[in-house]
Design a protein around this ligand. Structure first.
Ligand code: IPE
Ligand code: IPE
Ligand code: MG
Length: 250
């Protein structure tokens, strides 16, 4: 629940449509943004972080409850050592410098993903920012870092299996809600919309279970160029979709 909706901001942005409660964003295109400018890929990531801060602020003001952003996938370890190190550094810098600012904005940060392969320094920064912002009651910002949806499902299956073995659960207790609860997003509603920048039309292992009925919006705009206005445009496009959830609507 986000208790800091800014009605004035909503009015002045010309928003006269229904907003989603949970937005997912696949922040893609940083590398191409940098390449176009003959800059190293990590400069694209740096710009990407700036955009993420701005988009989080807007999302908070819109009164949206959850924003889940894909920042680093379990497959992104395939990139060069230099690029991976740059991404880790950006996370560290980001978490060490914005914690106060994010607290002011009432943002509650949660990192979703694997801990393995992350350095102690990164794990500590994650723990620190999570506990610093834990009591905030504004936007919940889930940062999918070292995240893969298949891995998330493996965890869920293991956690249910352990509870069956230790007698806390029986097989007949397993249902869709129980599995959803064991995902990193347990207790949160599914994303209403998933926006992917950078033009690709795929999920790349993002929220496979939770995305069952999410509206998918792909834009060619590269993530560092995804302005507040373009974001609001995407939300407007979402509001015009007819969601049927398998039923019939005239
Ligand atoms: C997304 O941008 C950020 C991460 C995956 C870390 P990319 O780095 O994938 O950018 P492109 O797709 O190469 O342009
Ligand atoms: C998805 O982007 C992951 C993130 C945005 C963090 P990728 O650039 O890794 O996806 P693919 O390789 O194009 O599918
Ligand atoms: Mg990419």
């Amino acid at each position: 629940m986000n208790n800091y909706k800014d009605e004035n901001y909503i009015k002045s942005s010309g928003i006269d449509f229904v907003l989603p409660k949970h937005v997912g964003i696949i922040m893609d295109g940083n590398g191409r943004w940098a390449k176009k400018r003959l800059l190293p890929r990590n400069m694209g990531h740096k710009e990407g972080v700036k955009r993420l801060r701005a988009i989080s602020r807007v999302t908070g003001k819109l009164g949206i409850d959850y924003l889940t952003v894909y920042a680093f996938s379990t497959e992104n370890w395939k990139r060069s050592e230099e690029e991976v190190a740059g991404l880790m550094k950006l996370l560290l810098e980001g978490f060490n410098t914005v914690s106060e600012e994010l607290s002011e904005n009432h943002v509650k940060i949660r990192c979703i993903g694997e801990r393995d392969r992350l350095s102690d320094e990164v794990v500590n920064a994650i723990d620190n920012v999570q506990s610093l912002t834990e009591k905030n009651d504004g936007l919940t910002l889930n940062i999918a870092f070292n995240y893969g949806a298949r891995r998330e499902l493996v965890h869920a299956v293991k956690s249910v299996s352990e509870d069956i073995l230790n007698g806390k659960l029986s097989v007949s207790d397993i249902d869709e809600d129980l599995i959803a609860d064991r995902l990193y997003t347990g207790g949160q509603q599914d994303p209403d919309v998933i926006i992917r920048t950078g033009g690709e039309m795929r999920l790349s292992n993002f929220m496979l279970y939770q995305a069952a009925y999410s509206e998918f919006i792909s834009t060619d705009v590269l993530w560092p160029d995804f302005s507040d206005e373009k974001y609001i445009e995407a939300l407007r496009e979402f509001s015009m979709r007819t969601r049927r959830f398998g039923g019939v609507k005239e």
